[in-house]
Design a protein around this ligand. Structure first.
Ligand code: GDP
Length: 296
């Protein structure tokens, strides 16, 4: 597990520091530099790493360390708290209420895992007694509707889309209206994702959002996007009111650091992570266990 490697590096850096006879600024800096390198390698944005380093220096009092307190514990706790803080935008995301008709719109780049995640999200709630439905407002990618239809059928979730209609706004509105009439309480709208940040994609997304008035917009991000995470997330946030993030493909080689960037860029929490291609490979994101794993 790559996250474990990061934890290993951090543990080693702390161990080396604890072994030092005198903890002075130089030793602390060396330790923090080592940790920062590990975080950068794990795709945490440079600015975030620098902020963390500055904050820790402010928190960790060298006099306390010199007085024989458990140095390793003090610094480890400071790093833990800083990483938790970076993953916590300060307010929870909007949470849909069972039984109340709620529209959730998914946005993200093509290939990020958006369509797969829509079904996972629907399936997760269905198992908890919700009545979800899926709307395919991706008229750009050939095969998008078939993919959603296939996933939805497998999970026995009602779906709406069209092979003929090319206007995503029209489909989205029709789908949402239909499922509201059918008393579905979680209406999930899958929008199209393009290869890059095209102006047309953002305009289309904005129109779908304006027409369907989603209660929540979820930004889906591939964990392997690396250092591009911040700019991508920010570009989406500037076009639509992103309120939550889902990070996919955490089962792969990605190191998870992009999650910190996505939170910083969207000021929204990560709510779930995707851990595989299957419908049930989907976990609720929890800040503390995630950071514990990061620290090893
Ligand atoms: P979209 O273009 O954003 O709608 O992306 P898709 O939902 O079509 O997903 C792109 C590819 O990523 C597909 O092959 C999915 O099976 C795969 N995928 C999605 N989520 C995950 C995940 O959490 N883990 C892994 N390993 N693969 C995933």
């Amino acid at each position: 597990m790559v996250l474990g490697e990061l934890g290993g590096t951090i543990s080693r850096a702390l161990q080396q520091m604890s072994n030092a006879t005198i903890i002075d600024e130089k030793v602390l800096n060396e330790c923090l530099n080592e940790i920062s390198r590990a975080l950068l390698q794990s795709d945490v944005q440079f600015k975030l790493v620098r902020d963390m380093q500055t904050n820790i220096k402010k928190i960790v009092n060298l006099d306390d360390l010199a007085a024989g307190h458990n140095k390793r514990k003090i610094i480890q706790q400071a790093i833990f708290n800083e990483l938790c803080k970076m993953l916590d935008p300060g307010k929870p995301s909007f949470t849909p209420k069972k039984g109340k008709s709620c529209v959730v719109m998914f946005v993200g780049l093509q290939g990020s895992g958006k369509t797969t995640t829509c079904t996972k999200y629907a399936y997760y709630h269905q198992k908890k007694g919700w009545k979800p439905a899926l709307v395919c407002a991706d008229t750009f990618r050939a095969g998008a509707f078939d993919q959603l239809k296939q996933n939805a059928t497998k999970a026995k979730i009602p779906f709406y889309g069209s092979y003929m209609e090319s206007d995503p706004v029209k489909i989205a509105v029709e789908g949402v209206e239909r499922f509201k009439k059918e008393n579905c309480d979680l209406i999930i709208v899958d929008t199209s994702g393009r290869h890059k940040q095209e102006a047309a994609l953002f305009e289309e997304m904005r129109q779908v959002s304006e027409a369907t008035k989603p209660d929540l917009v979820i930004f889906v991000m591939d964990s392997s996007i690396g250092q591009a995470a911040f700019d991508q997330a920010q570009a989406f946030k500037q076009s639509v009111a992103v309120g939550a993030v889902i990070v996919t493909k955490m089962d792969g080689h990605a190191k998870g650091g992009g999650a910190l960037s996505a939170v910083a860029a969207t000021k929204s929490p990560v709510i779930f992570i995707g851990t595989g291609e299957h419908m049930d490979e989907f976990e609720v994101f929890d800040v503390k266990p995630f950071v514990s794993r990061l620290l090893g």
